[in-house]
Design a protein around this ligand. Sequence first.
Ligand code: C2E
Ligand code: MG
Ligand code: MG
Length: 695
Amino acid sequence: MDSLPPQASRFIAGTVLSGWLTALAVVVLSIGTPVDGRTAAVCAVLVLLAAAGELRPIVITRGDSRDEITVSTPFALALVMVGPLWLTMAVQVAAVTLQDARDHKQGVKVLFNGAQYALTVLAARATYAALTGQPLLHGSPLELPDHLPAALAAALVYLSVNQFLSGLVIALVAREPFVRSVSGDLHFHLTTSGVLASFAPVVAASVQLSLWLVPLLLLPIVAIHRSAQLAADREWDSLHDGLTGLPNRALFRLRVQRECEDTRRSGAPFAVILLDLDHFKEINDTLGHHVGDDLLRVVAERLRASVRPTDTVARLGGDEFVVLVTDLRDESHARELADRLLAGLVEPFQVDGVRLEIGASLGVALHPAHGDHVDLLLQRADIALYAAKVERGRYTVYEAAHDVHTPARLTLAAELREGIERGELFLQHQPQVDVRTGTVLGFESLVRWRHPERGVVMPGEFLPIVENTGLITPLTLTVLDLALSAVAQWRAEGHDVTVAVNLSVRHLTDLGLPAHVDQALRRHGVPPSALVLEVTETLIMSDPVRARDVLHLLRELGVTLAVDDYGTGYSSLAYLRQLDVQELKIDRSFVGHITRDEGHATIVRSTIEMGRNLGLRLVAEGVEDAETLDMLRGWGCGVAQGYHLSRPLDLAAVLPWLADRSTTRLAGSGTALEAPESPRAELVPAVVGTGAASC
Ligand code: C2E
Ligand code: MG
Ligand code: MG
């Protein structure tokens, strides 16, 4: 009782004391009162029927806590009318105490419930006695029709006092309004207990008339029991998930709504944590639905075991669960609970003789920081979940920054990990050509994703989301592998070309990357000089100290470093040179306009000039026409890449493209052959031919 609100403690103590003292007083005052044989027989039958009713209660749902309504009410109420008060009280108190003891209820609850029934019986009897002019302590035969109004009034008082006492204690303990605690089940109580109570005069009259009528009395009561139990079951089903027995979406929403209202008063934050299992679909598809179902049941148990009894774990459908955690201290408390939920799933699952390891991703949204109503909280937890899925096996707390990604994009990114595992990534290779000689120096390998439903997805659609996450590492390593395998093939066919791979921000802080690159080069037997790694200026500038270390290690391997999209950031050329970068790729947003825009032309020309002075190789991106190529050549740009030369090519198209290109050029006009300026790669004799204009 220590942790109860003071008002609740006082109320419980008052009820227990008054109830049990009343019961004691009634027993003491009734000692020695004679009971005639006929009344004793009637009472005995009613006691037996009441006891039988207690044994078969109607189980009802209050939220996901189960409650019981007893069908003993008409017999107990009949006793209120015709039996001695001490007996009625004893029967009721004994029944409820036995029931509580069976359910292992706490001592204080047992005491309270006993007292509640003692007071309820007293109030009903007092009403009946007052209205019929009978003594309080002793019952007497029911006289019809005179006593009927008093009997019905007693029934009403019986139900009201009972409902009032239990409603008030629940409200005080849960610190919720009294009206809400009684209104929840009022309709159900009226239609079950109310109907049963109004049956009490019929029971009393029939038992008095002839004990042979008893079996007939039971029929309607059994019917009421059955229909009430069906209604209660339906109600339970509508709020619970049939497979796991957890609350379903509807009940979860109700709980969150209720919590939103409570939090407005108490101010304690709460969290909605959405959880989605990884690889569940595969388990279902490969091991069968019964294994999937069993797994979901065990997952539900583990989740329930990971949270406090006051928290709600619900299943929203499929492999999606949601947890409502209340009374949080702060965000770090929500993080602790998210960690605990994840930790609860770490231990492998033993299902149907199969050992399954299953991870999960969690999205956390907090009330009131991320939303003040259930829909917004669920939506934001969903967004956070997708962000978390991208980095499987962890959780993400919602951030406004996640909102820039549409749910469709987030879904896509979340699917990417499996896409990588299933080998759905592939590359297209865009040629890079010596501007003066037209020689193909290498290819930039650009990633694409062959999505099972959407078809080919371009990097712009998924990279921005995964770029800042752990998923970028497997992506880049896959790209590196595919690119090196491709360049190994081309080189084996006699084309001494390089391949360029794009890096993302994470890699420049990853001191393990150089070792991965080294291993990949060895695996494919490709010399480091044939690999170019492209990084953007903004990447370098986001953590210059760490980036310098990583770039240094990469340089030591012997790979070429290129600055991609140059001109879109703010780094100085001199600074980039210090980082041992050898190539500068001028961004296509400048190159694409040099024929029309003086300003862009000046920027590109001076960049080429400065870059050359610093010993950098210049690559112009986005060369879309011959005129641009001519201008670049005039300014001394070394290498060009763009649609005018070729669009990115599928792997299968590269060798035919190279072959076709060398034939056309050998058969071409024979422009003066210039020595290649680019030091990147040796020229392959067959390809040396005409100038870049033939591209
Ligand atoms: P980027 O590295 O600057 O790659 C060049 C992009 O410009 C490619 O777009 C290419 O198709 C496009 N492009 C080439 N020539 C022309 C042209 O003449 N005109 C126009 N308008 N565009 C041209 P894509 O393939 O959509 O790639 C976009 C960006 O995605 C790349 O820009 C790069 O930053 C990134 N990306 C591509 N593959 C990877 C990858 O494997 N890893 C990482 N981290 N990023 C990648
Ligand atoms: Mg690039
Ligand atoms: Mg670029």
